[in-house]
Design a protein around this ligand. Structure first.
Ligand code: SAM
Length: 343
């Protein structure tokens, strides 16, 4: 689908289903990509926690926040909902909480990414929604004149950052983060295949809530600097908490970055661990992984090592052979392959 789904947030106005809002009123765009027409609103906040989408707002004179600020209240809230259910309900519940009385909430999602559920979710939260369908998406809106505060509080706590016991390990995590309530099988295999000694200055490309980093730091005590990097701001906030106790001995830097584009300040790394994402929005299936590999090659020092896990069916070998001098597939099991490669 080529259409920017976020732009459907104005569809109920264009279809004259609801009156155009007051453009001077305090308005929030949450989870949305930039689309033409947003500038009509003169008093907006924009929350976007995924770095590549946040970057799309640059150049439009609109400041992006990576998270919702607690003290604000809004007359209009426009949400492009995330795919993950608890995370979408969290966004709707928070929105109803942050709206002024009689304020307007409009939400959109693709039908195959929760769109068909939005109306029932809003009803569950005590609102009285109306909906439209377009381009295999659902656009749903309601005014805050009814609500069920108990349900709102329940879904806010269910979708918030929380302490999890995962496979006997304690992690702070949050719905919406990649594999938020489990340990990724591929990452576990990567840990089992790391060399006995890792030291110096390294990075975790796409660190998520910090599983790989935490296991690396637990076992390898000669590391003096770690870059924990992810495009998901919420994941990075969890990683910060999950790695905090290593901070006393190791310099850990957390950066909210898009690793598919050059990281010009990140150079001469001794090693990188990564479990790259392989599908993202409109990008071709392998493009994100390929770009991660290209950036890793740029950031490593000569003879630095990349330790990477990938789903068995993903064709990364050709690119690895092109960019690195020694490429070893050290294991292939349970649908994953593990590479150890040297620049
Ligand atoms: C397969 S997950 C691995 C997460 C974590 N390392 C683990 O092992 O559980 C890939 C991670 O890459 C992040 N990611 C996706 N696209 C990204 C991008 N363009 N730049 C940086 N990180 C990205 C995701 O947020 C996710 O945390």
């Amino acid at each position: 689908m080529n259409e920017n789904i976020s732009s459907l947030l104005f569809y109920p106005f264009d279809k004259e289903q609801i009156a155009y809002p007051n453009y001077d009123a305090k308005t929030l765009f949450w989870g949305a990509q930039y689309f033409y027409g947003i500038e009509k609103f003169k008093n907006i906040d924009c929350v976007q926690s995924f770095k590549p989408d946040a970057a799309l707002w640059e150049g439009h004179g609109i400041k992006i926040q990576s998270e919702l600020l607690q003290q604000e209240r809004y007359q209009n809230i426009f949400c492009h909902l995330p795919k993950q259910k608890e995370s979408a309900l969290y966004m709707l519940a928070q929105s109803l909480d942050y709206l002024e009385d009689n304020g307007l909430l409009v939400a959109v999602a693709a039908n195959d990414a929760g769109g068909k559920k939005i109306e029932s979710w809003m009803k569950e939260l005590g609102a009285n929604p109306t909906s439209l369908s377009k381009s295999k998406c659902r656009i749903v809106w309601a005014y805050k004149n009814t609500r069920d505060q108990q349900k709102i509080d329940f879904y806010i706590s269910k979708g918030a950052q929380q302490n999890m016991n995962i496979d006997g390990l304690n992690f702070m995590s949050q719905p919406g983060i990649f594999g938020w309530d489990k340990i990724d099988k591929g990452s576990k295999l990567l840990i089992q295949n790391l060399p006995p000694k890792l030291e110096g200055k390294g990075a975790d490309f796409g660190c998520g809530y910090g599983y790989l980093s935490s296991q690396v730091l637990k076992k390898h005590t000669n590391i003096n600097k770690l870059y924990a990097l992810d495009a998901d701001y919420n994941a990075l906030q969890c990683a910060k908490k999950n790695l905090a106790h290593y901070q006393e001995n190791i310099d850990i830097e957390y950066d909210w970055v898009d690793l598919t584009v050059p990281q010009k300040d990140l150079r001469n790394l001794d090693w990188i661990v990564m479990n790259p994402p392989f599908h993202e929005g409109k990008q071709a299936k392998n493009e994100v992984g390929h770009n991660f590999i290209k950036q890793a090659a740029q950031c490593l020092k000569k003879s630095g090592s990349l330790y990477m896990v990938a789903n068995s069916h993903l064709p990364y070998e050709k690119l690895l052979d092109k960019l690195f001098s020694n490429v070893h597939k050290v294991s292939e099991e349970q649908g994953y392959k593990i590479f150890v490669v040297q620049k």
